[in-house]
Design a protein around this ligand. Sequence first.
Ligand SMILES: [Zn+2]
Ligand SMILES: [Zn+2]
Length: 306
Amino acid sequence: MDALMSNATLLTAPDTYMGIYSELSKYNVHLNIFERLWASWYQYMQNDVLATGIMSFVMHEAVYFGRSLPWVIIDQIPYFNKYKIQGQKIPTASEQWACARLVFLSHVTVELPQIWLFHPMATMCGMEYGVPFPAWTTIALHIAIFFVVEDTWHYWVHRLMHWGPLYKNIHKIHHQYSAPFGLAAEYASPIETMVLGAGTVVAPIVWVLTTGNLHILTMYLWIVCRLFQAIDAHSGYEFPWSLHHFVPFWAGAEHHDVHHERFIGNYASSFRWWDYIMDTESGPEAAKARRERKEAKLAKAAKKAQ
Ligand SMILES: [Zn+2]
Ligand SMILES: [Zn+2]
């Protein structure tokens, strides 16, 4: 608490959250509204581990189910069918409900205890959680770095997960839906959640251990971005306004949907470069390009041999 309150003065300590907020606002005009809300929360909780833990869990659930909900609604509106990548496979409401229940159960049993360990681990590694927050440019730079690192981790570990024994025992669960939908993003074995999810957590930890510069807020915003990425990649929808039309190396749903449909290729999470470089792009177009490259190579070799 000392580190946190060093820049947020509080003379008296009311016992309601709003009371603390208004008291804190009187003496800390240099803080913006989000910083005041943040500092008041830690002051109100009087227990930093719990404060971070509860905030992490609530944020994860709110973002996960909140971001999935529009996709559930879109699935029920016939107008959007034409944008569904595997158009004939619209998930039923009961299928989505069963998936949501299982995901929530795994959040409570597997992720909740880990989220409670987050604060001690984060502060031990040197993450800050005080106010004021870092500049938005710093936050954006850190998140961009984490996206690139996580994508690399995801590509290689996910590719490994498709190796026979690992696939059969771990990754197969995630592939239960050959036509994915938003809620299915975290539908996976707990082992997979830990191993693949490590990319999301380890990247910031390695970063803070080497640079000593990372705020827990940045970590939260990174996880929010990563959840949006994962849920949208599983949405099953490809629109003319989808991000990859404007950012050609962005993977998006078009990239990951084929992975679920064909079980092979397109292993990366956020970007297309690893599958391109390693020649593991999936789908008929990629297969055609690969065949053409092979034929050209053979023709060249035959010409040389003549
Ligand atoms: Zn897979
Ligand atoms: Zn998937």
